[in-house]
Design a protein around this ligand. Structure first.
Ligand code: ATP
Ligand code: MG
Length: 343
């Protein structure tokens, strides 16, 4: 990962966010967090705790969002996000983000929002029927506000976020056309080698809202249980049978998390030849996940034991983000001729 990061222009500004809808999981770790841990050493990086976006499908259940803000803080710090290098801030405390959303909303049609494939898929999964919350349908606009408010140019995300980045760039181009100059800059996604970690049953992407996660703070028992229940090859009935790798989630996880690619390849060869049982593959995976998560779990508990400190760190990051985002808001208001005075 470091090698790729060094080929990135030193001018890049890194911006990512996570919805405050639950603690972070292995999908976050491998899809985005591990990138952020590397990138913070070389680039200006901001992480936004997207509590307002979390409310877009939890408006009637706000505690789910408010109670998870500090869990996210603890997760970040436990995996090695360093608040002296990365600005960690809170969406709801940054009014510029909501105001920019209002300006951008006038530039995006409802039909364009309805065509966003990720939103479409999420709407179907959440079974909103005809009662789609307006905020949910329009969250790609609020993400455009988040990215542009920080002048984000490089966005380390999972592949579910590609349509959001496309929509952000459409808005950027519209704003620049209205202004007849480059007020905002376009951004690019940065995908990891595992841009979509599936759930252990292989049915969906691992998602906080889908109750299918191995959390970064999972206990030893929870990890073992999830690995034991992991989908492998349904036709691999006897140890001696040749097994299939494709679609075999235990191997997907080994590819994503095991540090020894040669060992994983030899396991794959053996499995495909026949003679390697699922339980042996899962034992290797279990060891590797236990080793990865044990230190994160204990660090996380340590950070959560001082919530006042977590809150103070978040507040400090948010204060510095406030000034940065207000400036972009002023520029955008200006191009609409609506910066008559400040109060
Ligand atoms: P929710 O179910 O509330 O939407 P989530 O688990 O999808 O939660 P988000 O907060 O929406 O998590 O996503 C934060 C970041 O993590 C995004 O960049 C997203 O692409 C990435 N991400 C989330 N889940 C995965 C996954 N399973 N694999 C790879 N990246 C992921
Ligand atoms: Mg999501």
């Amino acid at each position: 990962m470091n090698n790729e990061a060094t080929s990135i222009s030193s001018e890049e500004k890194i911006l990512t966010g996570d919805r405050a809808t639950g603690s972070l999981h292995l999908g976050h770790y491998v899809g985005s967090l591990s990138r952020r841990i590397d990138l913070q050493h070389q680039y200006h990086q901001t992480i936004l705790i997207a509590d307002l976006q979390g409310l877009t499908d939890n408006g009637f259940n706000p505690t789910k969002v408010s109670s998870n803000i500090l869990n996210l803080m603890a997760d970040y710090l436990a995996v090695g996000i360093d608040p002296t290098k990365t600005t960690i801030c809170l969406q709801s405390a940054l009014p510029a983000l909501s105001e920019l959303t209002m300006y951008y909303s006038n530039l995006v049609s409802v039909s364009r929002l309805q065509r966003n494939p990720t939103v479409k898929n999420e709407i179907a999964n959440k079974e909103f029927g005809t009662s789609i919350p307006t905020g949910f349908l329009t969250y790609p606009i609020s993400q455009a506000a988040d990215i542009t408010a920080f002048k984000g140019t490089l966005i380390p995300v999972g592949d579910d976020q590609l349509p959001m980045i496309e929509q952000t760039n459409e808005i950027v181009r519209k704003i620049n056309t209205i202004a007849d100059k480059k007020v905002l800059v376009e951004c690019k996604p940065l995908l990891s080698k595992t841009p979509r970690l599936p759930s252990p049953d292989g049915k969906n992407k691992m998602s906080k809202s889908m109750n299918n996660c191995i959390f970064l703070g999972a206990s030893e028992k929870e990890i073992t249980k999830a690995v034991k229940g992991m989908y492998t090859d349904a036709n691999h009935l006897r140890v001696d049978d040749p097994g299939q790798i494709e679609g075999n989630i235990a191997f997907t996880y080994l590819d994503a998390f095991h540090p020894d690619a040669d060992l994983v390849q030899s396991l794959k060869d053996h499995y495909q030849r026949g003679g390697l049982g699922d339980s042996k593959v899962k034992a290797v995976l279990n060891d590797c996940l236990q080793e990865l998560l044990a230190p994160i779990r204990s660090q996380r508990e340590l950070f959560l034991s001082d919530k006042a400190e977590l809150l103070a760190t978040l507040k400090a990051g948010t204060v510095s983000a406030h000034e940065e985002t207000q400036q972009v808001l002023l520029d955008v208001k200006g191009l609409f001729g609506l910066n008559l005075f400040e109060i």
